[in-house]
Design a protein around this ligand. Structure first.
Ligand SMILES: *Cc1c(COP(=O)(O)O)cnc(C)c1O
Length: 394
């Protein structure tokens, strides 16, 4: 099998698995217990907090453990909204192609009276800092822009946006789930106030993540109960998961540059190869994109059919279409960069990791080329395009 869906989730690293197993076997105490066995679990927790803080340039007390990216996004946005409302500020700025964990939280806030501005992400899939500046109003309480997009991999000008928000005294949150462990980032130099991350996107376990919140920002809790995580997230901590997350992140950070260089070269090889297919287009900026992200639209085919045929050949990939939700609506991300519905339906995302070989990349190129030609062979849409009845867009 060639696993090319790393943006959906990643395989746990050996370091993360070993850490997790060892904590489960030997340190199953409750970190809130006062006896020494509990306190050992507490030490593991606090060591993980230090290690994670160091990787992103934060202080340990600024790291809150959560169940993953979705929870972190929810907590960051709802906390900023609560702070805003108290000061009579009910305007939030975000972008049209955020993850649903952000967009659906914003929709909920809209229903309770917030005014939401979703900025355009343009054809290249990049938010303009100038447009962020122009959108900020007296009553803006939050700007939330993702670090890198999960479908098309485009990396946003986070430090520029951070600078603008700091100048205007507006809180800035970034969903960095796709960025952490993959590209260099630092919460201080980027001037972000809150940042969300998820372990399973950087070779850690599923169901665990963290929220960075700059010192002085009052978070509201989503889960009430015990006093864990300074009263901001009740419930006995997922100690094995948290320790494994720290191990995975440390390893990712230690190898970040060499892996990013290797993966980017494979990405560009795939982009060159797939770009040979007639009537196709790369989605998102070719340069300002995650090392492992390749995303194309092929005119005249359905992304789902392409995925199923790839799966038959042992290639696990994804389409921009929201097939997981059982809906036939094309991806909101592809629509946001201006792809029309028909074109957006014919999308393919390959998100690759450092274990991919050049031979496997070439195999994928060849096979995708063949399958696209095969599917076009009996596509009525393609026949009409070729007969001149409808016009090619790509
Ligand atoms: C995967 C992902 C999430 C959700 O993270 P979970 O840990 O699965 O809840 C949020 N945002 C982005 C950009 C993602 O890629």
């Amino acid at each position: 099998m060639i696993y090319a869906d790393q943006a959906a989730t990643t395989r746990m690293s050996e370091a993360a698995i070993n850490t997790m197993v060892s904590v489960m076997k030997e340190n199953y105490g409750n970190p809130s217990s006062l006896y020494s066995f509990g306190q050992r679990a507490k030490e593991i927790l606090e060591k993980a907090r230090e290690d994670i803080a160091e990787v992103i340039g934060a202080s340990p007390e600024e790291i809150l453990f959560t169940s993953g990216g979705s929870e972190s996004d929810n907590q960051a946005i709802l906390s900023a909204a609560e702070l805003g409302r108290r000061n009579g500020k009910t305007h939030i700025i975000s972008s049209a192609f955020e993850h649903h964990a952000v967009l659906h939280t914003l929709e909920k806030l809209k229903k309770s009276g917030f005014d939401i501005t979703l900025l355009d992400v343009h054809e290249n899939g990049i938010v303009s800092p100038e447009e962020v500046r122009n959108a900020i109003r007296e009553d803006t309480c939050l700007v939330t822009i993702m670090y890198a997009n999960n479908e098309i991999g485009t990396i946003q000008p986070i430090s520029e946006i951070g600078m603008i928000c700091r100048e205007r005294n507006v809180l800035f949150h970034t969903d960095a789930v796709q960025a952490v462990g993959h590209i260099p980032l630092n919460v201080r130099t980027d001037q972000v106030d809150m940042l969300s991350a998820s372990a399973h996107k950087f070779h850690g376990p599923k169901g665990v993540g963290f929220l960075y919140a700059r010192k002085g920002i009052r978070l509201s809790s989503l889960i009430e109960g015990g006093a864990q995580e300074k009263g901001k997230r009740a419930g006995t901590e997922n100690v094995p998961g948290i320790a494994a997350m720290a191990a995975a992140l440390k390893e990712a950070a230690d190898h970040l540059e060499e892996r990013a260089a290797k993966v980017s070269a494979l990405r560009d090889r795939l982009i060159r190869g797939l770009g040979q297919i007639p009537h196709c287009a790369l989605n998102g900026d070719a340069v300002r994109r995650l090392p492992g992200n390749v995303n194309f639209c092929f005119e005249g085919i359905e992304g789902e059919s392409l995925l199923l045929l790839l799966d038959d050949k042992g290639i696990e990939a994804s389409s921009g279409s929201a097939c997981t939700s059982g809906s036939l609506d094309p991806s909101h991300v592809l629509l946001a960069i201006g792809r029309v519905h028909d074109v957006a339906h014919g999308s393919l995302r390959l998100s690759i990791g450092e274990e991919l070989t050049e031979e496997e990349a070439d195999y994928m190129i060849q096979f995708v080329q063949e399958v696209v030609a095969y599917l076009r062979g009996f596509s009525p849409v393609w026949r009409d395009l070729c007969a001149g009845k409808t016009r090619f867009i790509l």
